[in-house]
Design a binder for this molecule. Structure first.
Ligand code: SF4
Length: 322
């Protein structure tokens, strides 16, 4: 069943006319829902197939996934309670009445359909929830799960966020991802046209990747037909293999100048209708190892604006031929 909000038919707001240099998520959501919308992060107690031994163990090199134990597979607090808490917190900070229920930590399609259905449906009856976002991996969307997501997209706004990270298999091996790029090609081919938005999560600054490699990944996700991207730099948090590698000097984290330069190169080749959901990473300060510059999110956004202005460029400038 087609969505009432088919991704390909979604409104294409005039973000350049609004003075923006890229199609930001905030702008998109305001245009689409007529006001501010905030995501409420929900932890449904999932794990990942590269944590529980299905494809490997240890999880991704940069991810503190030790809490993704089998005993965590049931959420600590019921979803309704998490939603209420999250909405209460966000309303204290922002003037906001509309929310997207965001199933965020771990792999949120990693269960049989008969467990996923009541979970997703549990948030739909809440009048404050205008949509759902689901974070997952390309190797965890069998056809029956995609059928459920298609059905859900017929009832609400749905964004499915695929952790793609890179198209380069050597980098996927480095991060202990447990799948290769062929899984991404397959998942996106089976996801297109089902009425939900496809968001690609990408990481810049993976060890050994050149700017040309990162640009190749961006071109590839455009080719695969994504609706949105989330981009951030590789950063290290405590209690991860990456933290040890950084400490031993085996991995050098990308500088802000190199990150911004490559990010702008990527924005230039992204078609203007692709939503840019995120351009920076964030982690709690007490949990964070580096690079220190990415803790200053306003500084990252200012540096991005400065580089876009210096080059007098914008999203899609090179995708459109200049
Ligand atoms: S797939 Fe995501 S949540 Fe799972 S271990 Fe990797 S980064 Fe962490």
């Amino acid at each position: 069943m087609a969505s009432i909000f088919p991704a390909l038919d979604r409104p294409k707001p005039d973000w350049r006319g609004a003075g923006l240099r890229y199609f930001s998520l905030g702008f998109y959501l305001r245009e689409r829902f007529g006001g501010r919308v905030q995501k409420v992060s929900l932890d449904a107690g999932f794990t990942c197939p590269n944590v529980d031994g299905t494809v490997t163990t240890g999880g991704c090199t940069f991810c503190d996934n030790r809490s993704f134990s089998p005993s965590r597979r049931q959420p600590r607090l019921k979803i309704g309670g998490q939603l209420d808490d999250g909405i209460r917190r966000l309303k204290r900070r922002y003037d906001v009445e509309q929310f997207i229920a965001y199933f965020q930590p771990a792999t949120n399609t990693y269960a049989p359909v008969d467990r996923l259905r009541p979970l997703y449906e549990s948030v739909l009856g809440d009048s404050r929830v205008v949509g759902v976002a689901i974070g997952t991996r390309p190797d965890c969307v069998p056809d029956d799960v995609l059928g459920l997501l298609e059905e859900l997209a017929g009832r609400t706004y749905l964004s499915v966020e695929y952790g793609i990270q890179t198209m380069h298999n050597r980098s996927l091996d480095w991060m202990n991802r447990g799948h290769h790029h062929d899984a991404t090609i397959d998942a996106l081919a089976r996801s297109r046209g089902r009425g939900f938005e496809i968001c690609a999560h990408l990481i810049l600054g993976l060890p050994g990747e050149t700017p040309a490699d990162m640009l190749a990944t961006a071109r590839e996700v455009v080719r695969l037909g994504v609706d949105a991207v989330k981009i951030h730099n590789l950063y290290a948090v405590k209690r991860t293999p990456l933290a040890d590698q950084v400490e031993r000097g085996e991995v050098t984290l990308i500088s802000r100048a190199d990150y911004i330069r490559t990010l702008v190169d990527i924005l230039e080749i992204l078609p203007p209708e692709i939503i840019v959901e995120r351009v920076s990473g964030d982690a709690p300060g007490d949990y964070f190892i580096g690079p220190s510059w990415c803790l200053d999110k306003p500084g990252v956004l200012r540096a991005l604006d400065a580089e876009l202005t210096r080059r007098d460029t914008w999203q899609g400038k090179r995708a459109l031929g200049g």
